[in-house]
Design a protein around this ligand. Structure first.
Ligand code: AMP
Length: 545
């Protein structure tokens, strides 16, 4: 017998309508790049979403069209987050921190048709506009930055739509958003979320044993909306009716603490690097900020050390350590203490909290080795595999990456972990040849390939070296051609054509040869060991994120 329940599609429309009906007065606070604040309410935002969806359809948007955004986090970006998928399109946030040629590659690969861009990001857009073929571009006024005459405006687009526009019925498995990951071979890959996966993921973030987002919360989205740590939250907050605080660009640690205090923030999310900065500010000025109560910090993307968790606890900032990936929407595990662990001594509790945690409901995990499944004994490492209703089943147009999925339907994460008998995952290594600096990926393979095109270079290996603030930074080990000479500055200039400044290695050290494995691959583990204590010669760290 089949169940006798309604088959109502899970779409983003129901999340939006809930906020409009029950939480119209709840605020979305946006901080502009110049530090000024603007406020909008869910009621007004929802009405503007209807207008924008209508306007996009009138502009010719067809089912499945990709609409890119090149925007910081603010209320208009939130409108786009809903209006694009609710008009049948696919929202595709572009990351303005990437090199213009990489943004262009991603936009082309996604097949973006339209673009919404902040005026302050117009100069960036101009750097890649001739490498993409977008049909229409609308500019959103954020900072009053000059934009050439005749460019279409976001507000005029909106004014062409009707507030009582009725969204067309959608299938819950229709695509809603396209988000890109950094691939191990360098090329970013598109992950396509559906309405259904976004709705289920939003519910998962609101559950009591994950982040427990409710209408009584004020959520500070430190991670930007174009970033994996930031893109799940807007939907959860709207669904729950939680106040949303969007810090935009150029927000330093003190500004974040001001926002937490001033806006009564109860939840904030960011990579560990951000909280290292906040901790430093709190240490310098311990009585400087008064928070409404304990603040839950969702920290993922990289592992926060136990010392950071412990220190922030003292200031009422309680880290909840989570693990996830672009391919997992991202929430997959959450490091909450179980009830029987509460009486344990602090040391044991911090040890547990610095693990990546156990799976969220509906997410399955297993550890694999070539010879089979690894026991959950907290000691034997294996590659972490995952499956669940908000885990990708393939990449967009990347058949060469199909091997990331097993024949029985699990996703191979590339993370090497142990799992203890309580189910807590602990990441111990990764098979991906990538460096994670301040929560952002840098492809060592891309850097190596680029460096080896330099006429003075015979071979080059790029490895991650530990860094106190960014956790990892790239270091290039270079073998010069016979008789050639070069200095690090030349390499920096050479790479600047293709890489964003923060992706360029902090150092270039010269070696006679690169150690290799028996099959001739670079033996990176030996290099990492050799240069573990290497530190950069007084780098400029301001632009690493
Ligand atoms: P991304 O798709 O950019 O979110 O990258 C996902 C990857 O980031 C994971 O496969 C891990 O390698 C790493 N990662 C995410 N969360 C954590 C965490 N809590 N601790 C350590 N590494 C993490």
């Amino acid at each position: 017998m089949r169940g006798l329940m309604m088959d109502v599609p899970l779409t983003l429309a129901s999340l939006l309508e809930r906020a409009r009906r029950y939480f119209p007065q709840v605020e979305v606070v946006s901080r502009r790049p110049d530090g000024t604040i603007s406020r909008a309410k869910y009621g007004a935002i929802c009405r503007r979403v209807h207008r924008l969806a209508d306007a996009l359809q009138q502009a010719g948007l067809a089912r499945g069209d990709r609409v890119a955004t090149l925007m910081w986090s603010h209320a208009a970006h939130l409108e786009a987050y809903f209006a694009i998928p609710l008009s049948g399109g696919i929202v595709h946030p572009l990351n303005p921190r990437l090199h213009p040629s990489e943004i262009a590659y991603i936009a082309r690969h996604a097949g973006d048709r339209f673009l919404l861009v902040d005026d302050v990001l117009w100069p960036l857009y101009e750097r890649f506009s001739n490498q993409v073929s977008l049909e229409r571009v609308w500019v959103h006024s954020l900072g009053g930055a000059p934009v050439p005459a005749g460019i279409e405006r976001y507000e005029s687009l909106l004014s062409s739509g009707a507030e009582d526009f009725v969204f067309s019925p959608l299938d819950e498995n229709d695509a809603a958003g396209m988000f890109f990951t950094s691939g191990t071979t360098g090329r970013p890959k598109g992950v396509v979320y559906s309405h259904r996966s976004q709705v289920l993921h939003s519910m998962a973030l609101c559950m009591a044993d994950t982040l427990a987002i409710s209408h009584s919360d004020a959520v500070l989205l430190v991670a930007p909306m174009y970033h994996v740590n930031g893109w799940g939250f807007p939907y959860s907050c709207v669904m729950a009716g939680a106040k949303l605080v969007l810090p935009g660009a150029g927000c330093g640690p003190e500004d974040l603490l001001d926002l937490i205090e001033g806006e009564g923030v109860t939840i904030a999310c960011a990579v560990p690097t951000v909280w290292f900065g906040a901790l430093e500010a709190l240490r310098k000025n311990p009585g400087g900020w008064k928070f409404r109560g304990p603040v839950r910090l969702l920290v993922g993307g990289a592992a926060p050390p136990a010392s950071l968790i412990r220190e922030l606890d003292r200031f009422g900032l309680r880290i909840l350590h989570a693990w996830g990936m672009t391919e997992t929407s991202p929430l997959a595990t959450m490091g909450r203490l179980k009830v029987h662990m509460q009486p344990w001594n602090d040391e044991r509790k911090y040890e547990v909290r610095s693990k990546q945690g156990f799976a969220a409901p509906l997410i399955d995990l297993r550890l694999m080795r070539p010879e089979g499944e690894v026991p959950w004994d907290g000691a034997t490492p294996g590659e972490l595999e995952v499956r669940g209703p908000w885990v990708a089943s393939s990449y967009y147009n990347a058949p060469e990456a199909a091997t990331r999925w097993t024949d029985d339907g699990w996703f191979r994460t590339g993370d090497v972990a142990t799992i203890d008998p309580e189910g807590y995952v602990k990441l111990v290594d990764r098979t991906k040849d990538l460096i994670k600096s301040g929560g952002e990926w840098i492809s060592s393979v891309d850097l190596e390939n680029a460096l080896m095109e330099h006429p003075a270079v015979r071979e080059a290996a790029v490895i991650a070296v530990p860094h106190p603030k960014w956790q990892e930074r790239p270091l290039a080990v270079v073998v010069l051609r016979e008789g050639a000479s070069a200095d690090p500055e030349q390499f920096r200039v050479f790479l600047a054509d293709r890489f964003a400044e923060w992706q360029i290695p902090d150092g270039f050290v010269f070696a006679k040869e690169i150690p290799r494995t028996s099959v001739g691959k670079f033996l990176k583990s030996a290099l990492r060991e050799q240069y573990r204590d290497w530190s950069p010669p007084a780098p400029d760290m301001r632009k690493k994120r």
